[in-house]
Every structure is written in structure tokens, then in C-alpha cells.
Design a protein around this ligand. Structure first.
Ligand SMILES: Nc1ncnc2c1ncn2[C@@H]1O[C@H](COP(=O)(O)OP(=O)(O)OP(=O)(O)O)[C@@H](O)[C@H]1O
Ligand SMILES: [Mg+2]
Length: 387
């Protein structure tokens, strides 16, 4: 069949047709014999290389247009992929090499080479090639744009992670500041409580003693005794008020009886004052746990704020404090049956914020859960507190 085609191609009309085809192609097309000499080249191909077709015919194409690599290093003929391929009777397609023009300049080219066969025998190769300068330029521009984009993304990512890091540091400082403020406030409260106790408490007691002394001396003057009794009542009221204020400033029971008794007292006080039914549940294993002074104050203040909130906002009829062990974690939950609330994702009001901060400062976690209309539960979990 190849022989027939070959035979046919000698036919004048057929040759003419083939020539027209070659000349009309936009790509460069040339043929070489086994020695690498040009046996035909179309006009487009010759022009791309800066020659006329006649100037190319018979020349060794490797040495004429394919002699060097893009970096000008010589390409020995045994490295030429066109030669290697057609000697093996195979084709090849290459797009990372250059072809050299007559004027010594080079252009990036895409070429494909296929063996020309006469029967089973390879007698040469046909090579099609085109100038891909524009494509390479676009690719390079695309590559540069991509690299620029990557650079900017990396820059932005670095900026963001820097900002994140600064934010983390600022957050940590704020957390430490808040913990410090809490402990300063506790110290200050203790100090004021001591002063009130020593000064006001002692003065009130002395005044009571003086009034009692006077009352005994004036036992025969009932009109004066009535006034002294009134003064004594005022004194007793003042002592009660002082005790309440002292207890609020520095819950003495916390020091004397420990956290659990102090919490029970707190609930009893709330019940006595507000009429809320208060329940306190604390199993023995939890009651034995003494988490330490700072932690106990923090827990006490958190529960105090929760109970204040229940009285102020919940409109509840009962509230229960349940302490329990969850593995080695201590969990304290205060639950009311009031109107509930929409729990903010990030608390912004100071009561809730303070509770969260205090919980974090002692290594715990506070969760508020509530369904509007169905009460609120505040849960404080302290990991490893029962270890
Ligand atoms: N147990 C509860 N039942 C219903 N609503 C509650 C309860 N606890 C808190 N809230 C709601 O959450 C809001 C925020 O509480 P938070 O303690 O932070 O502030 P506050 O009590 O209003 O003011 P502050 O505690 O600073 O005096 C309250 O205003 C109230 O609307
Ligand atoms: Mg509050």
C-alpha cells in the first residue's frame, strides 16, 4: 500500500496536489532522508527559519536548524530526538526545544516527527513544526501571575497568622489581668471586712455595753429606759447589718466551715430572703473535696452571681444546686425553673462575663444552657478537682 502511494506520488497531478497541500499548511513541514538531509520543505516552514525552500533543500537539517539547546549548548546529533525516533521507526512530539533561524536567533518550537516508510523500510522522517513564542509568553505570564498570587497569599497568610498570634497574646494578657483583678478585689474585700469588723464592730459592741450599763443605772426612770431600749434595738439592727455586709464581703463560713457549708448557707439565705424554694444536693465524696482557697472563693462568687441572677431575672419558684463527681471532675450545676433566656454565643454583659472569667482562671469551664420559658442551668466543670 505504501509502495502504491509512493508510486502514485510520482504521478504529476498527484504531486501537484501534495505540493498545494504542503504550501497551504500554516505549520512548517519538511522531510529528511536517513542522512538527515532535507528532501522537501514548505514555504511556511522555510520562511519561519529565514530561508527560501531552495536554500534548505539538501542541507542537513540538524546542523542547520536544530544544532543547539535553548541555552546555546551544542546538541550532538545522537541526542537529537528527531533522529533517535525515526531510526527506531517511531514518532515523537517535542515542545521544549528551540529551532534556529538563519540570522542566528532561535524561537521556541513545537515539533512532531514521524518516520517515512517505504514498505517496511524507514527511508526518512517528516517533521511538522510551529513557532510557539506566543504560547510560551502566555504560559510564562500565567506562571508569573500564579507565582505572584502565591506570594501574595503567603504574605497575607503570614500577616493573618501574625495578627492571630498578637490577638492570642492580647487575650492571654487580658485573661491574666482579669484573674489578677479578681484576686486584688478579694484581697481588698477582705481588708475592708477586717476594718469594718475591728472598728465598726468593736464600736457597736462598746456602744451596746455602754447602753446596757446606762439602762441598769436608769432602771427607775422608765421614760428614759424606753429610749435606751430603742437605741439598743437600733444597735442590734446595725450589728445584724454589719454581719450581713461582712459576710458578703468575705464569707466567713468559707474559712470556718468550707465551701460546701458556705454554699448551703448561701442557699438558705436566699430562701429566707426571697421565698424561692432552694435545694442543695452534695454527695459525701464531693463534700470531702477542698479545692483550695482561691478556687473556693471563685466557686462561691460564681454561685453567688448565679443566684442573684435567678432572683433578679428568672421569676423562678425553685432553684437547685447539685454538686457531683464526673470521674475525677467536679461538676456544680445550678438550675432554676424560671422564664429562661436566649444564651448569647459570646457573653457581653458583665455578670456572665465575670462568671466565665472566674471559671477560666481556676482552670474550669462554665456552660449556660437555657430554653426560653423552661428555666436556666449554669454548669461549672472543674477537671481533675477530685483527684
Ligand atoms: N437565671 C436567669 N433567668 C433568666 N434570665 C437570665 C438568668 N440569668 C441571666 N439572665 C439574663 O442574662 C442577662 C445577663 O446577665 P448578667 O448577669 O450578665 O447581667 P445582669 O444581671 O443584667 O447585670 P449585672 O450582673 O452586671 O448586675 C440578664 O440581664 C438576664 O436577661
Ligand atoms: Mg447578673
Amino acid at each position: 500500500m505504501f509502495a502504491d502511494l509512493h508510486h502514485l506520488s510520482h504521478h504529476a497531478a498527484w504531486r501537484r496536489q501534495l505540493e498545494m497541500l504542503l504550501e497551504s499548511a500554516g505549520e512548517g513541514i519538511y522531510g529528511i532522508d536517513l542522512a538527515g538531509r532535507c528532501i522537501f520543505i514548505n514555504r511556511a516552514g522555510a520562511e519561519m527559519l529565514g530561508y527560501t525552500p531552495d536554500e534548505v533543500l539538501g542541507r542537513n537539517m540538524h546542523y542547520l536548524i536544530h544544532h543547539s539547546h535553548p541555552d546555546c549548548a551544542l546538541m550532538p546529533v545522537h541526542d537529537c530526538r528527531i533522529f533517535r525516533a525515526f531510526r527506531e521507526g517511531a514518532g515523537c512530539r517535542v515542545e521544549d526545544e528551540v529551532l534556529w533561524r538563519r540570522d542566528g536567533s532561535a524561537f521556541p518550537a513545537e515539533y512532531a516527527s514521524y518516520p517515512i516508510r517505504d514498505g517496511e523500510k524507514v527511508v526518512g522522517a517528516v517533521v511538522t513544526f510551529s513557532d510557539i513564542t506566543e504560547r510560551k509568553r502566555t504560559e510564562a505570564a500565567l506562571h508569573a501571575a500564579h507565582a505572584e498570587l502565591e506570594r501574595r497569599v503567603a504574605e497575607r497568610t503570614a500577616e493573618l497568622s501574625g495578627a492571630n498570634q498578637r490577638l492570642r497574646v492580647a487575650h492571654e494578657s487580658l485573661r491574666r489581668l482579669s484573674a489578677h483583678m479578681n484576686s486584688v478585689r478579694e484581697e481588698e474585700r477582705a481588708h475592708i471586712a477586717r476594718d469594718i469588723h475591728d472598728d465598726l464592730g468593736a464600736s457597736l459592741t462598746a456602744m451596746q455595753l455602754e447602753l446596757n450599763w446606762l439602762r441598769q443605772r436608769l432602771a427607775d426612770r422608765p421614760e428614759l429606759v424606753t429610749h435606751i431600749d430603742a437605741a439598743l434595738d437600733i444597735g442590734t439592727g446595725a450589728m445584724g447589718a454589719v454581719r450581713r455586709i461582712l459576710n458578703d464581703l468575705r464569707p466567713g463560713v468559707l474559712d470556718h466551715l468550707g465551701l460546701w457549708a458556705a454554699l448551703e448557707c448561701l442557699l438558705q439565705e436566699v430562701e429566707g430572703r426571697s421565698g424561692l424554694r432552694c435545694a442543695f444536693v452534695c454527695p459525701e465524696e464531693v463534700e470531702r473535696c477542698r479545692p483550695g482557697r482561691d478556687t473556693e472563693i471563685a466557686i462561691y462568687r460564681i454561685v453567688q452571681e448565679v443566684l442573684t441572677n435567678v432572683q433578679r431575672h428568672a421569676g423562678a419558684s425553685r432553684v437547685a444546686l447539685v454538686a457531683r463527681a464526673l470521674g475525677r471532675d467536679l461538676v456544680i450545676e445550678v438550675e432554676d425553673d424560671g422564664r429562661g433566656m436566649l444564651v448569647p454565643a459570646q457573653p457581653t454583659s458583665f455578670g456572665l462575663l465575670g462568671m466565665h472569667e472566674r471559671a477560666r482562671a481556676i482552670g474550669g469551664e462554665l456552660t449556660v444552657t437555657s430554653v426560653p420559658g423552661q428555666g436556666t442551668a449554669v454548669s461549672l466543670r472543674l477537671p481533675q478537682a477530685l483527684a
